[in-house]
Write a protein that binds this ligand. Structure first.
Ligand code: NAP
Ligand code: HSE
Length: 433
């Protein structure tokens, strides 16, 4: 058998442990695919004495990053440590040392992807990051290889496992937000700092990567409008159920007029008949809409040790196959278009709105009149009596522009009969079905 390929790991947590496990347990699959073995040469950690999730030869561990990124025996560096600054420094050094890099780090790729791809290209190295979006789902290669000849104009989906797990447990099992988050952390789905998950930032970073690869334009984090789930109220989830709507944290990227992009991450009500409504627990699913292919959907485990490690290993195998063919260092994605942010008057959807209103004659008539004036029609309405002369009115509108809806909200707040605009959410899928 030909010489083994040596891999160096930066990090040995949830994902790193999974990578080691796959290299050990699936060695014969790797040998079959590559005609040679894959071995782990060195592993960077912070704490040499920490108990590990897997058995590992202690001599493989180091706290000196140079023993990985400058190690002459290592061909491929796998970065699964997370964080931005240290990870960027080590990856740059590895690339400058002509080592191919595989990373699961969406924070880093969302911020520095184009720069790192350029450095990789200049050094004749591969830089792959399949595991950075969608955990074990082969999604990025689906976009960059499978749909390479198409023009993609929309990507929409559930791209954060932790929040999907929390929302599933809250709405189906009545678990509290705190309990569900704790469990997601125990299961290894959440980020080291889980605010990145619950505030929508993790999903926003993934949407940046997806939008970049789909639209071939340099979408950046500041282009994304982000809202997380930490302020969601169970009241809305329950009203949603009465209206056959399911709450999900949805990432949405839309390309119109050639270069107008809209990228958002926000809690969204989905019609129960929408396929994304039944994607539960830590599972992710992403719809991709292409001019030629039409609608495709990618579904699978969005987080966790072995699923994510499977995606990492797919990159490692791709790097090694390129090594064997002598074709490393071709850029993963070449950006080609300028971008403009789609204005709010061109973003159209349905909306769910909950109002706290005075429970008296004529209230409903004044609200309806205002919506009539704004040209917004109601698809569905629910009214429930509240405390001390107040009531909740819940409305699902027909499609209207975000600008028109925002203008209507301002006018509603000025109405004497409206005590408070409690909440509003985008609605996707035909809510009536
Ligand atoms: P984790 O469990 O927190 O593990 C991080 C590992 O990196 C630990 O072994 C830690 O060392 C080491 N480390 C961190 N900072 C270091 C530093 N500055 N120097 C040396 N070692 C350092 O993280 P994870 O969940 O495996 O996630 C790793 C990466 O994969 C992140 O970018 C994450 O966003 C991404 N990702 C995770 C998942 C998932 O399901 N968990 C899915 C997709 C992508 P010690 O063990 O000594 O503390
Ligand atoms: N914290 C991330 C999630 C890990 O929950 O989706 C996978 O990227």
């Amino acid at each position: 058998m030909d010489k083994e390929i040596s891999v160096g790991l930066l990090g040995l947590g949830t994902v790193g442990s999974g990578v080691i496990k796959i290299i050990e347990d699936h060695q014969e699959v790797l040998v079959h695919q590559l005609g040679r073995g894959v071995k782990v040469e060195k592993v960077l950690v912070r704490n040499l004495d920490k108990a590990r999730q897997i058995e590992i030869d202690h001599d493989l561990l180091t706290t000196n990053s140079d023993e990985v990124v400058s190690n002459p025996n290592i061909d491929v560096v796998v970065e699964v440590m997370g964080g931005v600054e240290d990870a960027r420094e080590y990856i740059l050094k590895a690339l400058q040392n002509k080592k191919h890099v595989v990373t699961a780090n969406k924070d880093l790729i969302a911020l520095y992807g184009p720069e790192l791809e350029q450095v990789a290209h200049e050094n004749g190295c591969d830089l792959f990051y399949e595991a950075s979006v969608g955990g074990g789902i082969p999604l990025l290669r689906g976009l960059t290889d499978g749909l390479v000849s198409d023009r993609i104009h929309q990507v929409m989906g559930i791209v954060n496992g932790t929040t999907n797990y929390i929302l599933t447990k809250m709405s189906q099992e009545g678990q509290s937000y705190e309990d569900a988050l704790r469990k997601a952390q125990e299961l290894g789905f959440a980020e080291a700092d889980p605010t990145a998950d619950v505030d929508g930032l993790d999903a926003a970073r993934k949407m940046v990567i997806l939008a970049r690869l789909s639209f071939l334009t340099n979408v950046e984090l500041e282009d994304v409008e982000v809202e997380g789930i930490s302020n969601l109220s169970l009241t809305d989830i329950e009203y949603g159920k009465k209206l056959d709507l399911t709450m999900k944290l949805i990432g949405f990227a839309n390309l119109t007029n050639g270069n107008h992009i809209e990228v958002t991450v926000q809690p969204t009500f989905l019609s129960n008949t929408h396929p994304l409504a039944s994607v539960n627990d830590e599972y992710n699913a992403v719809y991709v809409n292409g001019e030629a292919v039409g609608e495709t959907m990618f579904y699978g485990p969005g987080a966790g040790s072995l699923p994510t490690a499977t995606a990492v290993m797919s990159d490692v195998v791709a790097v090694i196959k390129n090594m064997l063919l002598g074709v490393n260092g071709k850029q993963y994605v070449k950006l080609r278009y300028d971008k403009e942010i789609t204005p709010a008057d061109q973003r159209v959807s349905q909306f769910y709105l909950r109002l706290h209103v005075k429970d008296e004659l004529g209230v409903f008539a004044s609200i309806s009149e205002l919506f009539n004036q704004m040209g917004i029609s109601f698809e569905r309405i629910l009214q429930t009596p509240g405390k001390k002369g107040f009531a909740d009115i819940i409305v699902v509108t027909h499609k209207t522009s975000l600008q028109n809806f925002r203008d209507a909200l301002k006018k509603l707040e000025e109405l004497d009969v409206v005590d408070k605009v409690e909440s509003y959410f985008r609605v996707e899928g035909d809510a009536q079905k």
